[in-house]
Design a protein around this ligand. Structure first.
Ligand SMILES: Cc1cc2nc3c(=O)[nH]c(=O)nc-3n(C[C@H](O)[C@H](O)[C@H](O)COP(=O)(O)OP(=O)(O)OC[C@H]3O[C@@H](n4cnc5c(N)ncnc54)[C@H](O)[C@@H]3O)c2cc1C
Length: 492
């Protein structure tokens, strides 16, 4: 397609919607973004309350080069829009028995820390980390960077290498069984099982192949964007403006107009807008079910297991905890039972794994003097509970009790302001079906193939970008989904 003068409409301004818009505009398309909210960024949003600033959604930033690639594709210098720094410590990991393991950046430092704290031979850990790297390079990259739903992808030269690297246990064993076999020490198994949650999966069900996720943080490392995570959508929004993208906020797309199985426009705020190309950044379920009124396809997608959701408490804390860092984890006493709740809808687990992100450790202005901004995250099933207020109160009670026990004082007395995000509010804020953080789960061995591709096989001119479609959720993957969708558009 010669893009000059062609019109493109983007539904939604999540990170994948913004990136698709910038990529298309840089190639000559006239691009309009329709966003139901009065702000851009979707899950990547900022919440300011009583002098505390909170990044509302993502907090862990990996693979900055994927973001950099967007700017170079658009002919701009990444560093003119965005600054970030390398972290020397990825996470502080606290266990119920008082053990603290600092996950230092760099294999050597981390391995030394594990040797010192757990008093074990770390040969197995070192070989595990190497294998995760090989798995990612030889196999993972194909699933993240390629159009895996296209037959011709499977005839390229990279495939024989990937097949050679593939071991039966990567598919047949669960991540947890693989970790038990490889790492043996229960604390290491728990630390590495947690990486399943980076795409909303359950380590007791997800295939061992997902252990490559650990490579991204433990080998490549985590980064911190200057200004916090909100700097990511801010930078991409500025890029969009610089390449001529038009924005329509408070503009919920109610319908995609189709003519003989071709998507030709949208209806928003009662007005019709026509385009040559439509990219939907809305959850794939809502795109089919609501925007296309294609109930049959909607039902098919509904049958697929969702990724996990979460309960997030944003707490202003009137104290500084010196033992905490930017990313902190307080592990549960029984991860298996916790995941029985997270994926099988039993009662909230009494001793949940808690993740706390504190950006005031990096940027003092994110909290008043002597205070900290805590983003307190607990895994939760993607369901809209009829008694959500009750469930929220139970999870808060468990969370406060656990943190108070592990930090040695009643943390509740230090909470001076609070805001809460639940599956219901995640769904209503960002149209994410059942509040799932990462679209569909990757528990199934065929999940990557079952996830919707970046192009519609039913409606010509309709493309998909975002966490609910290929290659999945999380910022680096959403950025890739925009790249893949735009590649398809340009090829068509
Ligand atoms: C609490 C939380 C923690 C997370 N932690 C991490 C993390 O640490 N690291 C990481 O990489 N990822 C993390 N994620 C996942 C990551 O945030 C998402 O995968 C990613 O931001 C999704 O981007 P997206 O492009 O799919 O769009 P979304 O952010 O889902 O946004 C979609 C946008 O489309 C708009 N929209 C939808 N339907 C319509 C319509 N009909 N009309 C107009 N507009 C519409 C919505 O309003 C929204 O603005 C987390 C997510 C959450 C919620």
């Amino acid at each position: 397609m010669n893009p000059q003068g062609k019109k493109a409409i983007i539904i939604g301004s999540g990170i994948a919607g913004l990136s698709s818009a910038a990529r298309l505009a840089s190639q000559g398309f006239e691009v309009s973004v329709f966003e139901k909210n009065d702000f851009f960024g979707g899950k990547l949003a900022l919440h300011v309350q009583d002098g505390f600033s909170f990044d509302m959604g993502p907090s862990i930033f990996t693979q900055p080069f994927v973001l950099g690639d967007l700017f170079s594709f658009c002919g701009k210098r990444f560093e003119d829009y965005f600054q970030y720094q390398n972290l020397t410590v990825n996470t502080h990991n606290f266990f119920n028995d008082g053990t603290e393991i600092i996950a230092y950046k760099g294999k050597d430092n981390f391995v030394t820390e594990v040797r010192n704290k757990l008093h074990i031979d770390t040969t197995r850990l070192e070989s595990y980390l190497l294998e995760a790297e090989r798995m990612y390079n030889d196999i993972g990259k194909i699933f993240l960077d390629e159009h895996i739903h296209d037959l011709k992808t499977w005839t390229t030269a990279r495939i024989p290498k990937a097949l050679k690297a593939l071991k039966w246990q990567y598919l047949l064993k669960s991540m947890h069984d693989y970790h038990t076999d490889k790492l043996q020490h229960p604390k290491l198994v728990q630390m590495f099982d947690r990486f399943a949650t980076y795409n909303g999966s359950n380590p007791y069900e997800a295939p061992a192949m997902l252990s490559m996720i650990a490579h991204l943080e433990m080998n490549e490392g985590a980064y911190y964007p200057q200004g916090g995570m909100i700097s990511i959508p801010n930078a991409v929004h500025q890029l969009c403006k610089d390449v001529g993208v038009q924005f329509h906020f408070n503009s919920k797309v109610e319908r995609i107009i189709t003519e003989q199985d071709e998507a030709v426009g949208i209806v928003a705020n009662g007005k019709t807008h026509y385009a040559d190309v439509i990219v939907t950044n809305s959850d794939v379920f809502f795109t089919y079910n609501d925007l296309l009124a294609d109930k049959e396809k909607g039902e098919q997608i509904q049958q697929m297991e969702r990724s996990t959701s979460a309960m997030i408490f944003y707490w202003g804390i009137n104290k500084e905890y010196k033992q905490l860092g930017l990313h902190n984890l307080f592990f549960s006493d029984n991860y298996k039972e916790e995941f029985d709740y997270v994926s099988k809808l039993k009662q909230p687990y009494h001793d949940p794994t808690i993740y706390i992100n504190i950006t005031s450790k990096m940027e003092a202005q994110h909290a008043p003097a002597g205070c900290e901004n805590w983003f307190v995250f607990v895994n939760k099933p993607a369901v809209i509970d009829a008694n959500e207020d009750e469930v929220t109160a139970i999870i808060k009670q468990h969370t406060v009790a656990k943190l108070s026990r592990m930090l040695g004082e009643d943390v509740a007395q230090h909470i001076v302001t609070e805001h809460t995000l639940t599956p219901t509010s995640i769904q209503s804020r960002t149209n994410s079906y059942l509040g799932a953080l990462y679209g569909t789960s990757s528990n199934n061995r065929m999940a990557a193939f079952k996830r919707h591709s970046n192009i519609s096989s039913r409606y010509k001119g309709l493309y998909f970008a975002g966490g609910s479609v290929h290659p999945g959720g999380g910022i680096p993957l959403c950025l890739r989904s925009a790249k893949l969708a735009v590649e398809k558009i340009l090829a068509d």
